[in-house]
Each structure stands twice: as structure tokens, then as C-alpha cells.
Design a protein around this ligand. Structure first.
Ligand SMILES: NC(=O)c1ccc[n+]([C@@H]2O[C@H](COP(=O)([O-])OP(=O)(O)OC[C@H]3O[C@@H](n4cnc5c(N)ncnc54)[C@H](O)[C@@H]3O)[C@@H](O)[C@H]2O)c1
Length: 237
């Protein structure tokens, strides 16, 4: 029996990379899946959403909830952007845009789904953070700050909503081969690979099973405010 049979799932940032792998694996596990993304293709089961825009998040979550027949059981927040700049040279717009998409976007999406989940007394929220939010990264202060923020947001949210049956957790992947890392310099990637005990970057389908676990019953039932680390050994908390 698929472990997410008939669950309604919204995967934000699901048009690419880790989010796309999670959406695909959720579907295999029996969930009804809607993808929300800035780059929504217009295909059925996708809605357009800019996570940095409060109005866009509210209308896209309403549209997704309708597509799911009024029942949104699982939210995955996987939308994100990554740029590189040392703090001494970073302009405020670069900082602010990363915080807006990678942190405030998670807050807005969580907030938008909570009334329905709290009313039903059940729900799962899975926020994609990063191991860089735990250990930091040169040229990545804005990204690491946003991802550390996602971890703190997830813990606080978990405290608030677990009494209502809503479980919030984070996944902090290590480096994963997706379009996001295409833009990172080769030098950075080579150095990063050398640091990893496994000696290689992961693949999106190696993250998706963790998101299935956190959404599943009974597998995910006791995870509250946790940050799981499929990270090739980069961080061992
Ligand atoms: N790839 C990695 O090495 C890695 C490691 C740790 C964490 N992460 C995190 O995983 C998540 C997914 O990243 P990925 O590697 O799959 O990258 P990706 O670029 O393949 O996917 C990111 C998705 O987010 C969407 N997106 C970006 N800005 C958006 C916005 N304003 N509104 C709506 N959608 C938006 C993009 O269109 C894209 O579909 C991100 O949160 C990222 O920070 C990635």
C-alpha cells in the first residue's frame, strides 16, 4: 500500500530539482500532488506562485487547495534561489532578495496553509533548509542566514502547531546536483566534493525519500521540529 494514499500535497518550488523529485515520489506513493512554482508551465496540477509575494502565495494556495478538493494535507517548501557574494561586496538588494525568497517565502507558505490544517487537526509541513544554514559557507552569508532562519522558523512553528496535530520539520540537504548548483563556480564545487566523506554530491531522488518519511503515517509521526540531514556526511550534528 502506498504510504501517502489519497493525501493532498502541495510542493512549492516543485518545477525543478529537489522539489520535482519530491512531487514525483509523492505521486508514486499515492498522493494527489499540486506543484506551485514561479516557473509553472500551465500544465494541469501546477499553479503559478511567487513565494516572495504575499498576494501571490495566498491566491496560489487557495487555487491549489481547490485542485486538491479542499484538503491540503502536506506542504513542502522547496522554492529557493542561490547567488554568491562575499559580505564585504554584497549589495542590500542581493541580501534582501535571498531573504525574501528563501526565508520569508517559507513563512508565507506555512502561514497560508495553517488555518485549514489546524481546523482539521492534522497536517505535515516540510521545509527544505540546507546544511549551509548549520555550518555556513563562504560567499553564501545571505543564503546561509536564510536557511538557518528556516531551521529556527520550523522549530518555533512546530512548538506552536503540534498541539493541533500539525507536524513541522525541516530537511537540510548537502550539495545536490540540480540546476541551482549549475551557477556555482567549479572551484567551489571541487573544494566542496573534497570535503565530503562520501566524496560526491547527492541527487534529488536521494532527498525525496526523507520527505516521504516525514509526511508518512506512522513513519513520520514522532518527528517534531527536527532537521534531518541527508548531506553526504557534510554536517554531523
Ligand atoms: N541543490 C542543492 O545543493 C541544495 C542543497 C541544500 C538545499 N537546497 C535547497 O533545496 C531547495 C530546492 O533547490 P534545488 O536545488 O532543487 O534548486 P532548483 O533551482 O532546481 O529548484 C528551485 C525551484 O524554486 C523555484 N523558485 C525560485 N524562486 C521562486 C519564487 N520566488 N517563487 C516560486 N518558486 C521559485 C524555481 O523556479 C525552481 O523550480 C531550495 O530551497 C534550495 O535552497 C538545495
Amino acid at each position: 500500500m502506498p504510504v501517502l494514499q489519497d493525501k493532498g500535497a502541495l510542493v512549492v518550488g516543485g518545477a525543478s530539482g529537489i522539489g520535482a523529485a519530491i512531487a514525483a515520489m509523492y505521486a508514486v506513493e499515492g498522493a494527489r500532488v499540486v506543484v506551485a512554482d514561479r516557473d509553472a508551465s500551465g500544465a494541469s496540477g501546477t499553479v503559478r506562485m511567487d513565494v516572495a509575494d504575499e498576494g501571490s502565495v495566498a491566491s496560489a494556495v487557495a487555487e491549489a487547495t481547490d485542485l486538491l478538493g479542499g484538503r491540503l494535507d502536506i506542504l513542502v517548501n522547496s522554492a529557493g534561489i542561490l547567488t554568491q557574494a562575499p559580505v564585504a561586496e554584497m549589495d542590500l538588494a542581493t541580501w534582501a532578495q535571498t531573504i525574501a525568497v528563501d526565508l520569508t517565502g517559507v513563512f508565507l507558505c506555512c502561514r497560508a496553509v495553517l488555518p485549514g490544517m489546524i481546523e482539521r487537526g492534522s497536517g505535515r509541513i516540510i521545509n527544505i533548509a540546507s546544511q549551509l544554514g548549520i555550518k555556513g559557507g563562504e560567499g553564501l552569508a545571505h543564503y546561509a542566514a536564510a536557511k538557518a532562519g528556516v531551521v529556527g522558523l520550523t522549530k518555533s512553528l512546530a512548538l506552536e502547531v503540534s498541539p493541533h496535530g500539525v507536524l513541522a520539520n525541516a530537511i537540510a540537504p548537502g550539495p545536490i546536483e540540480t540546476p541551482m548548483v549549475d551557477g556555482i563556480t567549479e572551484d567551489w564545487k571541487r573544494a566542496k566534493r573534497a570535503e565530503l566523506p562520501l566524496g560526491r554530491f547527492g541527487r534529488p531522488e536521494e532527498i525525496a525519500p526523507t520527505a516521504v518519511l516525514l509526511a508518512s503515517d506512522p513513519g513520520g509521526n514522532l518527528y517534531v521540529g527536527q532537521t534531518l540531514g541527508p548531506n553526504s556526511g557534510d554536517v554531523m550534528p
